[in-house]
Ligand binder design. Structure first.
Ligand SMILES: N[C@@H](CCC(=O)N[C@@H](CS)C(=O)NCC(=O)O)C(=O)O
Length: 220
């Protein structure tokens, strides 16, 4: 389609919110012009005046398309799903869509923000938390969130090969990057067999592997 070359994505290889958008773009076979925002260099390029003009939240990702500038990974992904409907990232039917959004939001609203860079920096610099305390914080909030997700996905009717059914969707797009974050801090994932099974299924798909942090051009 003609819109393909018009996507531009501001991101950073290690950003799990950008990882979500990379997966969604790949699942839809869309290319984007990648613009790299290094979250640590120069005090964090997300805080530069140039980037603030793009996204006043000073967070990545940001998508540009057709003259629109869109922040917030879930807003971006739902936008992509509306602009390029196939393959759909949300299932048909209100209850199924609500279930998928429930899983996605449990990750994007209740796990990820507590472990974000700026929160960890605040813990260190303003509250004096040392490395051990910060690691404890991260493990605690990820484990709390993952325990709930494991229960939802194990007991919930609707779980299939992926979080909902046998095709990847919005919930998987959020889950897999969060698990990558958990692995990065060497969290014990043995209590979450369903999450690990879904992760294994996801990484059999090129859309997920190509989006991994280590496979990005700005990876260090
Ligand atoms: N809710 C936002 C979260 C965005 C976010 O927190 N991005 C992180 C990277 S994963 C970031 O830009 N952090 C920069 C910082 O904390 O200064 C979304 O889903 O897009």
């Amino acid at each position: 389609m003609s819109a393909v070359s018009e996507f531009a994505l501001y991101g950073y290889f290690r950003s799990s919110a950008a990882f979500r958008v990379r997966i969604a773009l790949n699942l839809k076979d869309l290319q984007a012009d990648l613009r790299f925002v290094h979250l640590l260099k120069e005090g964090g390029q997300q805080h530069s005046d140039t980037y603030k003009a793009v996204n006043p939240q000073e967070l990545i990702p940001t998508l540009m398309h057709g003259g629109h500038t869109i922040g917030q990974s879930l807003a971006i992904i739902e936008y992509l799903d509306e602009v390029v409907p196939e393959p759909a990232l949300l299932p048909p039917g209100p209850a199924a869509r609500a279930r998928v959004r429930q899983i996605a939001l449990a990750i994007a609203c209740d796990i990820h923000p507590l472990n974000n860079l700026r929160v960890l920096q605040y813990l260190r610099h303003k509250l004096g938390a040392d490395d051990t305390a910060r690691a404890d914080w991260q493990h605690h909030w990820m484990a709390t969130g993952f325990a709930a997700l494991e229960a939802m996905l194990t007991q919930g009717a609707g779980t299939g090969r992926f979080c909902h059914g046998d095709a990847p969707g919005l919930a998987d797009v959020c889950l897999i990057p969060q698990m990558a974050n958990a692995r990065r801090i060497e969290m014990d994932l043995s209590p979450y067999p369903t999450l690990r099974r879904i992760e294994e299924a996801a990484y059999l798909l090129p859309a997920f592997t190509a989006a991994r942090p280590e496979n990005q051009p700005d990876a260090e």
